[in-house]
Design a protein around this ligand. Structure first.
Ligand SMILES: [Zn+2]
Ligand SMILES: [Zn+2]
Length: 299
């Protein structure tokens, strides 16, 4: 619980003072599969004294416009972000975009396309669950998560709340897991296209939560295709892996970035700002947008 007085005194921090503090560059909101609204994550970031925050919802930029007035009110830098669902050799990879323009027509259209594909997918998965004898009310589910792009997690939620399975684990094990009878593959962008879209929207493309067995030659291949950053710290990243990737990033001229991949404050230690990108790394990331003479506003 925070004292109201303290919130007030922090509501107009000195921009020069906050520049040297960390940045959480990986945060989700209710516009994708997060549990907090855009305004809530901005307030959470301001409360812990972050200088910068990137909202990186899955395949949508819509939270940014909603969060911007609150970020301006609280004097926190809101970095335009996105996390694109991409595909490489049958493996899903998540490509983060930072400093993207949230009104870039091509990026917006690609996101819309992914979400429409996702909407068709949820209908198909609900249909399969019904064929398996389960009851799904998609309309109510949509009303429960009005802004979210519905996915497996939401269907699992429904099954749990309606008492049809004991928990998420069972929902995935019996029906919704990758090999489950109700699973339908998610629409995904070819990874090279994801990188190009982000760069053409003025942003820096970054590899989100790499697999622990990431190989250096894969990172090089991504870097050659225009990747500009790699996540080296996050909730699922082993610190030893992170250190190794940071060395590779330096060798390959990539920025090292970090963030919480915040979805909800659902367990201890999970809060906006718990894992941050250092000011030096943020400067490096920012400089990647300027490499191409892009016109981003610098604090
Ligand atoms: Zn991800
Ligand atoms: Zn994420």
């Amino acid at each position: 619980m925070k004292a109201p007085g303290r919130t007030r005194s922090r509501s107009k921090p000195d921009r020069r003072a906050i520049r040297l503090e960390g940045a959480d560059l990986h945060v989700h909101t209710t516009h994708s599969d997060g549990g907090c609204s855009p305004g809530e994550v901005v307030r959470a970031a301001a409360n812990v004294g972050l200088g910068s925050l990137a909202i990186t919802d899955h395949d949508t930029l819509s939270a940014l416009a909603v969060a911007r007035p609150e970020a301006e009110r609280l004097g926190i830098e809101l970095i335009g972000g996105v996390e694109l669902t991409a595909l490489r050799d049958d493996q899903e990879v998540h490509i983060l975009g930072h400093f993207v323009r949230d009104d870039d027509p091509h990026l917006v259209a690609a996101c819309l396309n992914l979400r429409e594909g996702r909407a068709r997918r949820i209908i198909e998965m609900a249909g399969r669950l019904q064929e398996l004898g389960l009851s799904i009310d998609l309309e109510t589910l949509r009303q429960t998560f009005p802004r979210a792009t519905l996915g497996r997690k939401h269907l699992a939620d429904w099954l749990v709340r309606s008492g049809q399975v004991a928990g998420h684990r069972e929902a995935f094990a019996r029906f919704l897991g990758d090999d489950g009878p109700a699973h339908v593959a998610k629409p995904r962008l070819p990874w090279r296209q994801a990188i190009v879209l982000i760069r053409e929207a003025g942003g820096v493309a970054g590899l989100a939560h790499p697999p622990y067995d990431l190989r250096r030659d894969l990172l090089r291949e991504l870097a050659d295709a225009g990747l500009g950053a790699v996540e080296v710290a996050g909730p699922g990243i082993d610190p030893r892996c992170g250190l190794r990737w940071r060395n590779w990033a330096d060798e390959l001229d990539l920025a090292s970035i970090a963030g919480t991949d915040f979805h909800a404050a659902d367990r201890p230690g999970r809060w906006v700002g718990a894992i941050t990108t250092t000011p030096t790394d943020l400067i490096r990331l920012r400089s990647k947008t300027m490499d191409r003479g892009s016109l981003h506003r610098i604090l």
